[in-house]
Design a binder for this molecule. Structure first.
Ligand code: 13P
Ligand code: SF4
Length: 359
């Protein structure tokens, strides 16, 4: 059993609900209005020499716009890399706050806008810098590894930043050097890393409100209904779900696994925004949302991140036209957070992690 920090933060659904109450759903748009809005966004992107970078969990229409306009759609590591490497004076990040902050830290000279600055993440909320700093101070001998889903201040305190596509490799590397790890904030990803690599990992106690609602019992029932389906899961899901999954990986790794595996049907335990890309990559295959039915669910049977859902054509157009919602980070914090972030990108390069093709 991995060590676990006993904290009430993760279970404090009250805090999460306060944030969720601000996560207003986008207004539905007619097809004609959506087309007008898209044209306006395209000319604004051109006018401002801006690139749209979107996560797989955002609406299909935003992912298409990003690709059609020379922007990018990917997992959080690839988004960071694209934002860093691309030309353009402005980045518009359709995703959640930590993705915009990562882009700004890695490209301080670029203006980084977001459709909304309210789009946060339950992992980020559950890891406030003051508590995290105490945790680090209490374990000075441990290498501090934080998930990308954290604030800039938490990253600034870390030795390493990782995303789910590179967490195993970094933990293995540190473990081989005899290092002990302090891990934050996602306990499910952290304990998965611990089980797979055998590394000595001390865990923070937080979870993703979306993935935590996937239930192994419901998944077993669904597998009985679809006996030939492979189960694909994101490692933010609970251990019982990961144990019965046929493949565990980051969003990009899930997409490539669905192409590579011979199955015609897949049950997918991650945000359903990814179905847009899954279906595009394998048009003849069938993808089924994994069941979520927690008694204490903050979002019952939705499998959709409420903060990712705040990104819409409307909010994107509004941020670009004024422009508003620019990410600002304290320069000292940004300077310190840049170190573990660039270390992650360098490590990924050196490992020759062909992230897009790795599954
Ligand atoms: P990926 O790095 O796999 O895209 O995951 C980000 C995330 O927030 C998953 O919930
Ligand atoms: Fe955070 Fe979960 Fe949303 Fe990903 S899906 S951004 S981990 S709340």
């Amino acid at each position: 059993m991995p060590n676990t920090l006993s904290s009430q933060l993760a279970s404090d659904k009250k805090i999460v609900r306060q944030y969720l109450s601000r996560a207003g759903a986008p207004h539905p748009m007619s097809a004609a209005d959506a087309e007008d809005c898209k044209s306006e966004i395209i000319s604004l992107l051109n006018k401002r020499n801006a690139r749209l970078v979107a996560h797989y969990y955002t609406e299909g229409v935003l992912q298409e716009l990003a690709e059609e306009t020379g922007g990018f759609v990917g997992d959080s590591l690839e988004m960071a890399r694209f934002g860093h490497d691309c030309d353009g004076e402005m980045l518009v990040v359709a995703g959640v706050r930590f993705m915009g902050e990562t882009a700004k830290i890695l490209s301080p000279q670029k203006t980084v806008l977001m459709p909304t600055l309210d789009a946060t993440c339950s992992l980020d909320i559950a890891c406030p810098i003051e508590d995290f700093a105490h945790f680090c101070d209490a374990h000075p001998d441990r290498e501090v590894v934080v998930y990308a889903n954290t604030s800039a201040a938490v990253k600034a305190r870390a030795d390493w930043v990782v995303t789910s596509s590179i967490a195993l490799e970094v933990a293995e590397y540190l473990s081989e050097q005899g290092k002990q790890i302090l891990w934050a904030p996602d306990k499910h990803l952290g304990s998965y890393v611990q089980r797979v690599t055998g590394a000595d990992v001390l865990l923070w106690d937080a979870a993703c409100i979306v993935h935590e609602e996937f239930k192994s019992r419901g998944l077993e029932d669904m597998r009985r209904l679809h006996p030939n389906a492979a189960i694909l899961a994101h490692p933010e899901s609970p251990q019982a779900v990961l144990e019965i999954s046929d493949f565990v990986g980051s969003t990009t790794q899930i997409i490539t696994a669905s192409q590579r595996l011979p199955n015609e049907e897949f049950i997918v335990a991650t945000d359903r925004g990814i179905f847009h890309k899954l279906q595009q990559a394998s048009p003849t295959k069938t993808f089924i949302v994994a069941p979520t039915a927690g008694e204490d669910a903050t979002c019952r049977s939705c499998a959709h991140c409420p903060w990712m859902a705040m990104n819409s054509l409307e909010s994107l157009r509004a941020s670009l036209s004024n422009p508003v919602n620019a990410i600002e980070i304290d320069p000292e914090v940004a300077r310190d957070a840049m170190k573990p972030l660039t270390r992650m990108l360098k490590f990924a390069r050196e490992q020759r992690l062909a992230v897009r093709g790795k599954a």
